[in-house]
Design a protein around this ligand. Structure first.
Ligand code: NAP
Length: 348
């Protein structure tokens, strides 16, 4: 047990959603993933204990899909939570647990060790999904300012990324992970990867919310049989200060979203989540509040949006990327857009 942390008890709550009633997506292997997961990034506000307790509560109201990452610095606590959930009767095969390789562990010699560390922390024999968190090997200290740059930061170099990817493929062959995937990619980078991969990414995790719909990239990956997992699905209202700019817009205050919420008599957050699942992506909202954790899963099992409402939301895309990734830039004089290959060309 982690000293000082005694997890809350797992129980199935009366108001729980039946996990079998939660919509799912099927990945290329045939494995079904619950179409909503719980995010576990505490955004500098929530302690590892809070997040681990949120995981236990979420499982008690029907969540089976958990989006974790080594860099969230709470996998050891979440491991205790997962054990509590499984001791309470949920079988390992019912869970879908993701972790992610952090940017300072891309070296060929580090990938297997990094995965084993996450497995040890999460107290699991295998991961359902392991993602390369960012396609850059650029480390930055947790919580650092957006102007901070790592002295040895580099641009995307496909040959280097493929060395990392080969190790990700090895993890599948070793039986340590069931599926591998990517995160924070672009069409240009994904084209190269799809050309060279032995095992193609099963999912791509990307920022997706009504004000940032990434239509071209979304269509590109969907047409290649890759399932889109959407982070910041409600616009990450409590994201760290370093991830905020004055141009950012607020999805849950958009008049189209608030009007649809009024008609359905739900919170605007529920509208964002219904839209996400009905569009076809898997939202992974984070919350530590039982009321919100419950209402988020309830939102995606009942009272769907109409075609007209879905079309209205499709029209409010503002191309507003919230997680710009400035700290991963490799030169002082760069703009964050350089990370995202906006004109289709990978910046050097
Ligand atoms: N792959 C990547 O690079 C990447 C990047 C960012 C995030 N992620 C993943 O995506 C997850 C979600 O992203 P996120 O946490 O940034 O953003 P988000 O899920 O859009 O927003 C989370 C925030 O919304 C609040 N919230 C949740 N449900 C609510 C409700 N029903 N009503 C009102 N407020 C509600 C939560 O506060 P309360 O706790 O107060 O409810 C929380 O602070 C992360 O936790 C992480 O797992 C991945």
């Amino acid at each position: 047990m982690i000293s000082g942390y005694s997890p809350q008890k797992f129980k199935v709550y009366d108001e729980a959603v039946d996990p079998a009633a939660v919509p799912f997506r099927t990945i290329s292997s045939g494995r079904k993933i619950p179409a909503i997961g719980l995010g576990t990034f505490g955004s500098d506000h929530n302690s590892p204990q809070d997040i681990a307790d949120a995981v236990i509560y979420a499982a008690g109201v029907g969540y089976r899909h958990f989006d974790c990452a080594a860099v969230y610095a709470n996998e050891d606590y979440i491991g205790v939570a997962l054990q509590e959930i499984m001791s309470g009767g949920v079988r390992r095969e019912e869970l879908f647990v993701t972790s992610k390789l952090w940017n300072d562990m891309h070296a060929e010699s580090d990938v297997v060790d990094a995965c084993k560390r996450s497995l040890q922390d999460l107290r699991l024999d295998y991961l359902d999904l392991y993602l390369v968190h960012w396609p850059f090997p650029n480390y930055h200290a947790p919580g650092c300012d957006v102007s901070s740059r790592s002295p040895d930061a580099r641009p995307y170099v496909h040959e280097e990324f493929m060395k990392t990817w080969r190790q990700m493929e090895k993890l599948v062959d070793m039986g340590l992970v069931r599926h591998i995937g990517t995160s924070n990619m672009t069409i240009a980078k994904m084209k190269l990867l799809l050309h060279d991969a032995k095992y193609k990414p099963a999912v791509n995790e990307m920022e997706l919310h009504p004000h940032f719909q990434q239509l071209d990239f979304y269509n590109y990956i969907a047409s290649n049989g890759i399932v889109p997992v959407g982070y910041c699905p409600i616009g990450s209202p409590n994201r760290p200060e370093r991830d905020r700019t004055s141009q950012d817009t607020v999805d849950i205050e958009d008049p189209v979203i608030t009007e649809i919420a009024r008609v359905h008599n739900v919170h605007p957050v529920s509208v964002c989540l219904k839209w996400a699942v009905q569009r076809g992506q898997i939202p992974i909202p984070m919350s530590v509040k039982p009321k919100n954790i419950l209402s988020n899963i309830k939102a995606v099992v009942a009272d769907p949006l109409s075609e007209k409402e879905l079309k209205a939301i499709a029209r409010i895309d503002k191309d507003c990327r919230l997680i710009k990734g400035q700290v991963f830039l490799w030169r002082e004089d760069q703009d964050w857009q350089d990370l995202w290959d906006v004109d289709g060309v990978i910046k050097k």
